[in-house]
Structure formats: C-alpha cells, structure tokens
Design a protein around this ligand. Structure first.
Ligand code: NI
Length: 174
C-alpha cells in the first residue's frame, strides 16, 4: 500500500468530473487500499478519488472513532434525501485548516457498488450523511468552499495559495 498525494484547493484538477468505474479488478482494489491508507494517515473521515487525481467515481469513508469501519462507495447515487436540512462545520483534506458551515439534507439514501461490484443501499444520517454528500460533490468536481460566499471563498483561495508558495520555496531551498 502507499500514501497518495492529495490535491490542494484551488488545484483545477479538483474540478474534473469523475467517470463511472466499469472494471472491478485488482488495480481497483489497490486504489481502494491506497485511498484508505491515505485517508487514515491524513487523518480524515472521507476521501474521494478526485482528490488523489483519479477521476473515477470512488469514495472511501470511515466515520468510526476506532478507524476500523471502512466503507467503499463506487458509482454512488443519492436515491432519496430528507426535506429536513442540517448545518455542519465541514472540513476537507484538500482545503487544509479551513472549516465552515454547510447546510445539506440531514438524511440520505444511497445506492452504490462495493469493491467487488456488488450493489448495496444505505440509509445515512448524522456525520455519515454529511460525509457521503461531501465526497460525492468531489466526484462532480465540487469542493465544499463553493457553498460559501464568494468573499469567503476568495479569502480561502488566497490563504492556501500563499501557503503553497511558502511550501514550494522551502522545498526549493532543500
Ligand atoms: Ni473533501
């Protein structure tokens, strides 16, 4: 297994739209394992393939305290969402250090395939519902900061671009 490089906002590759997975082979299983390792290492509760520059509809999530309940969603679709909405203070491994309120449906029902290509359905609420919707947005090329006001978004962009320049300078000095 290996740890993959996570793209940082505002990298334009985060806005690519992911294609459905059609081949369920060893290569896909390796990608799932690498994405899980990358998510646990970060650490985070979810990671979409788009964030590691693989533009296929694949998401890994683990919202457990014990980090031992990995959930894999391939070609996920939301087939129902509640009218009730909830606000959650979201963060993202591609937008390090930034947290802000996003309002979404409180509950969703998802249909997806597992790593063997077997279909399943899941009713999610709480953090899992937030996480599924957040990660599925990544597959559509959408990052959570796009729910915020343009003013906030531009501030976040400027902050992360500055950090990126500083990291690059440090790397060049080495
Ligand atoms: Ni994210």
């Amino acid at each position: 297994m290996s740890i993959l490089n996570i793209l940082r906002y505002p990298d334009p590759r985060l806005h690519k739209v992911a294609k459905p997975v059609t081949v369920f082979d060893e290569k896909l299983k390796k990608l799932v394992a690498d994405m899980a390792e990358t998510m646990y290492d970060a650490p985070g509760v979810g990671l979409a393939a788009s964030q590691v520059d693989v533009h296929e509809q694949l998401v890994v999530i683990d919202v457990s305290e014990t980090n031992d309940q990995l959930q894999v969603f391939i070609n996920p679709e939301i087939i129902w969402s509640s009218d009730e909405r909830k606000v959650y203070d979201e963060g993202c491994l591609s937008v390090p250090g930034i947290y802000d309120d996003v309002e979404r449906p409180a509950e969703v029902k998802v249909r997806a395939l597992d790593a063997d290509g077997k279909p399943f359905e899941l009713h999610a609420d709480g953090l899992l519902a937030v996480c599924i919707q957040h990660e599925m947005d990544h597959l559509k090329g959408k990052v959570f900061v796009e729910y915020l006001s343009p003013l906030k978004r531009n501030r976040i962009k400027a902050k992360l671009q500055k950090e990126e320049r500083e990291m690059n300078k440090k790397a060049a000095r080495r």
